[in-house]
Design a protein around this ligand. Structure first.
Ligand code: PHE
Length: 337
């Protein structure tokens, strides 16, 4: 029997090695490894072997089956691999695949530039919630309960007392509630107003607020800071003017105009032939606002300002419809890389 085992081992090895395809290989499987194959046959013959020799013979047979099976498996793996379709050539004329490089939204670019300038003048950046309460958006800013500004602002109310902030000024309150003077911050963010949507106005837009509170802060410092900003942002040759205005949370209040940088003050469609563009509202922080945040108005003074971002972004990039800034059409956005 030992001879037979050796014979089968060699024959199987030779035939498996010689198999040139999967079909030929399968013939060796049937011949040696299958249930009625040569090896199974030898197992059947074990019965005829004397009980003393049987264990050793059984062991030799098992080893035979394992070694033939493993030769078979290896050969099958290599024939399987050879049968796989081969990538033999590459089409070098195919155009390359473009890498998509994102870009900052033009509003973000404008805000970044404004931040850069004010950070350079020692301001820190603060933010606050877009869902506000009536107290921070109006009351603490010295709007009395029946103040027409509450209507004027066309507020989106969520409940009686909760609303979408209509300006970034409530963050002034939040910063002062959490910090002792001196305070010198700018506050960029989204604000919401229930306005009819058109090419010129949208239900949400962005503002950058500024607040500086310390001992002895004056209106002339406000003017100096805003002029420094405007010259860096709009160009050193602009002219400016401050017009008296009104906000409940500042006294005195003003609006700042600069010469229209499209027509250099000659008058055009954008400045409505006036030669001037209004760029922001500002003023000295009202004493009542200080009282609401437990600052002593006898001790400290401060100024605040707030500017809308959409309009200056539109002027800067020649965008004539505010809605394009919110639709996020990549064909539009791609142009601001
Ligand atoms: N919050 C005002 C607005 O939305 C702008 C402003 C801010 C005015 C700070 C004065 C001081 O119109």
């Amino acid at each position: 029997m030992i001879d037979q085992i050796e014979q089968i081992r060699r024959a199987a090895a030779t035939e498996i090695e010689a198999a040139s395809d999967l079909q030929a290989l399968d013939i060796t499987r049937v011949k040696y490894l299958a249930r009625k194959g040569a090896i199974a046959n030898l197992f059947d013959n074990l019965k005829t072997i004397s009980a003393t020799d049987r264990p050793a013979m059984g062991k030799a047979l098992n080893e035979l089956r394992q070694s033939v099976q493993s030769l078979f498996d290896q050969k099958k793996a290599s024939l399987d691999l050879a049968a796989m379709p081969q990538q033999t050539s590459y089409d070098l004329t195919l155009p390359g695949r473009m890498r998509w490089i994102g870009s900052k939204h033009p509003i973000t670019q404008t805000i970044d530039e404004i931040k850069r300038i004010f950070i350079g003048m020692g301001f820190q950046v603060a933010t606050g919630p877009e869902i506000e309460d009536d107290y921070h958006n109006f009351e603490a800013l010295n709007f009395p309960p029946d103040h027409p500004a509450r209507d004027m602002q066309d507020t989106f109310f969520i409940t009686d007392k909760i609303l979408l902030r209509t300006h970034t000024s409530p963050v002034q309150i939040r910063v002062m509630e959490n910090q002792k003077p001196p305070v010198r911050v700018i506050i960029p963010g989204r604000v919401y107003r229930n306005e009819a949507i058109s090419a010129r106005s949208y239900c949400l837009f962005h503002q950058v607020e500024g607040l500086y509170v310390d001992k002895g802060v004056t209106f002339s410092e406000l003017k100096g800071t805003l002029l420094t900003f405007a010259r860096q942002f709009y160009g050193s040759s602009i002219k400016y003017r401050f017009r008296p205005s009104f906000f409940p949370f500042t006294e005195p209040s003003a609006e700042m105009d600069i010469t229209c940088y499209l027509c250099s003050g000659k008058g055009c469609r954008v400045c409505k032939q006036t030669g001037w563009l209004e760029i922001l509202g500002c003023g000295m922080v009202h004493p009542n606002v200080f009282k609401n945040v437990n600052y002593d108005p006898e001790e400290v003074t401060g100024y605040a300002f707030g500017m809308g971002i959409e309009r200056i972004t539109m002027l800067r990039y020649g965008v004539d419809d505010i809605r394009t800034l919110f639709e996020n059409d990549t064909r539009f956005l791609k142009q601001f890389r």
